[in-house]
Design a protein around this ligand. Structure first.
Ligand SMILES: *[C@@H]1O[C@H](CO)[C@@H](O)[C@H](O)[C@H]1NC(C)=O
Length: 287
């Protein structure tokens, strides 16, 4: 009897309850869809092909601080990966700027070298890095192009240019490559360091017909520490395109080395690859 009475009580409540549930579901759907459409709108406005949506609004620059800019800057970018943190900047430099940097570097190239660990010798590291290269600072470039590029890198990274090493301009011919490596110098292998390479900016100075990609073996979610063939060209691959920039971070925000920042240069299969690298340190003292 008791249970029956209860059932009777429920059924007398059923109609208003259904009504309230209906209203609830309706509002849930209503607000849910408006939130969803807002999200879609934000994503669309961030999409490069829909930059028109952003441009409808005209922004005025704000009053600047002592060392800031008077103008607004647009530097398009695409986040390629969070493991490691890698960002792509299409059209970072013009074709003319790239050609001028190549012309300047070409006459000063010599075989690239490696920073050796205790157990390394010139003989047992032969073949790891087979490019030719040269170092040049923005000051040494009388055309002013490297100065311009360096300032742009400074803006894009918000790391002062005083933290950047000289540009390392490199040429890779067919078959030349750089096996997977870290830009950081792990004190466990290299001894105490005055500073660490926290980020690397690569400016591609030429198109490469085939091969020559920058690869991040752990950039597609492969787990760090799993047996990995350092000679292989796999993972997340970035195809070099004249004028494009690639920035990645080798340190986590807390300053420890990001093991997923392992990277290399795939062998050039067809064509020639030119790239200008800037290593950015976490201190202004380098060596
Ligand atoms: C630093 O940050 C990384 C990534 O967030 C984390 O895995 C690591 O434990 C941190 N290390 C220290 C010493 O806090």
């Amino acid at each position: 009897m008791k249970s029956r009475g209860k059932i009777g009580g429920w059924s007398s409540l059923a109609l208003p309850a259904v009504f309230i549930i209906c209203i609830f579901v309706f509002f849930l759907g209503f607000f849910g869809s408006s939130i969803l459409s807002q999200q879609v709108e934000t994503e669309v406005s961030l999409h490069p092909r829909s930059s028109r949506l952003l441009n409808e609004k005209v922004y005025e620059p704000l009053p600047r601080g002592h060392s800031g800019d008077d103008f607004l800057t647009t530097i398009p970018f695409q986040v390629l990966s969070w493991t490691p943190r890698a960002v792509y900047f299409p059209g970072f430099a013009t074709s003319k700027q790239c050609e001028s940097i190549i012309a300047m570097a070409r006459v000063q190239l010599s075989p690239s070298t490696l920073a050796l660990r205790e157990q390394d010798t010139a003989e047992n590291t032969k073949g790891i890095r087979t490019s030719s290269g040269m170092f040049v600072t923005a000051n040494e470039d009388k055309t002013g192009i490297l100065d311009f590029i360096e300032k742009k890198i400074e803006r894009a990274t918000m790391i002062p240019r005083s933290h950047g090493e000289a540009f390392n301009v490199l040429r890779y011919d067919i078959g030349q490559r750089y096996l997977s490596h870290y830009d950081t110098f792990n004190p466990a292998h290299y001894g105490p360091q005055k500073s660490q390479r926290m980020a690397s900016f690569l400016l591609y100075l030429s198109d490469v017909e085939e091969g020559g990609e920058t690869m991040f073996p752990f950039g597609n979610g492969e787990s760090v520490g799993a047996t990995y063939d350092y000679e292989k060209c796999n993972g997340l691959k970035v195809k070099p395109r004249k004028g494009d920039g690639l920035l990645f971070y080798s340190l986590y925000p807390n300053g420890t080395i990001d093991p997923t920042a392992l990277h290399g240069g795939c062998p050039v299969i067809k064509g020639q690859k030119w790239v200008a690298t800037k290593w950015i340190r976490n201190e202004v003292e380098f060596y």
